[in-house]
Design a binder for this molecule. Structure first.
Ligand code: GLU
Length: 282
């Protein structure tokens, strides 16, 4: 652990699920970690519904998330969902565009693959095909961050993870990531960065699968002059085969356990104690 948990400043954490599928054990674990880190420090635990992905987001699941959190015995303050905050993302994107930090791109995934793009920590590493091109403004396009220009502006910056320590922000392995999507006013990276600042989050807690994304978020914070936050990337629950426990691998939805009469408080305790048989939670 380093500084943020041992200072007097108020700790504000958040659980920020995307309701694209039902809440599962991995979500519960993430929520408990964030909740407990805040509560142990007399801080605040927020819930933010990340429903910016109009095509995949399932509004009917949002109440399930709330009910499950309650069943697990957690207390939270809910902040506005992302779908109600679109103009704040637009304003941030405009600011980046006005400084020449974003450029339009209308490449399809197939075209990016055909250009020989490698896989990086955040998907395909965009080879920069559209950079410097004048695209027809009438055609829909996504906006990508000019990583070279962005790094030139921010210089060397660091971010700190409560477990991993100090890390130098580096966009090299990502290429020019999408900041504004073709179908939404922000990518996850822009929306989460803008929201965490607006919500007064001080300690971002989430799974290690999002560790790499923090490089991008830290650079966006620096570009947009937002506070540098602290991070806590927790271990992921693994299944019997050592794979990430995720909904697509048949992990039972929490709602089934709840409505099946299981005690949420006991489940939360088990998760807290990390009673993982041989490192797993089957
Ligand atoms: N909405 C993201 C997800 O459900 C989490 C984002 C975050 O914690 O930064 O995977």
């Amino acid at each position: 652990m380093n500084d943020v948990l041992s200072t007097d400043a108020q700790i504000v954490t958040r659980f920020a699920p995307s309701p694209n599928g039902p809440m599962h054990l991995g979500h519960a674990y993430s929520a408990i970690v964030a909740h407990d880190l805040a509560k142990q420090a007399g801080g605040i635990f927020l819930l933010r519904i990340e429903d910016i992905d109009g095509a995949r987001s399932r509004p009917e699941l949002v109440n399930e998330y709330r009910r499950n959190l309650e069943w697990l015995g957690l207390e939270w303050v809910e902040v506005p969902a992302q779908s109600t905050r679109l103009e704040t993302y637009e304003a941030a994107a405009r600011e980046l565009v006005s400084r020449g930090l974003l450029y339009p791109c209308n490449c399809t995934r197939k075209e990016i693959e055909a250009a020989g793009a490698q896989h990086g920590p955040d998907g395909l590493v965009y080879p920069g095909t559209c950079k410097g091109k004048l695209l027809d403004p009438a055609k829909s396009a996504s906006l990508r961050l000019d990583a070279e220009k962005a790094m030139g502006e921010v210089g060397q910056i660091v971010w700190s993870d409560e477990i991993a320590g100090e890390i130098i922000a580096d966009l090299q392995e990502f290429g020019d990531v999408v900041i504004v999507r073709k179908d939404a006013p922000a990518s996850y990276h822009l929306a989460a960065t803008v929201d965490d600042a607006a919500d007064g989050v001080t300690l971002v807690t989430r799974g290690k699968d999002l560790f790499a994304a923090t490089h991008i978020h830290r650079v966006l914070q620096a570009l947009l002059k937002l506070p540098a936050l602290h991070y806590y990337h927790h271990d992921l629950l693994l299944d019997k085969d050592g794979k990430k426990l995720a909904k697509r691998r048949g992990s039972p939805a929490l709602a089934e356990r709840r409505t099946g009469g299981e005690s949420g408080l006991m489940l939360a305790e088990q998760l807290r104690l990390h009673k993982l048989k041989g490192g797993t939670f089957a």
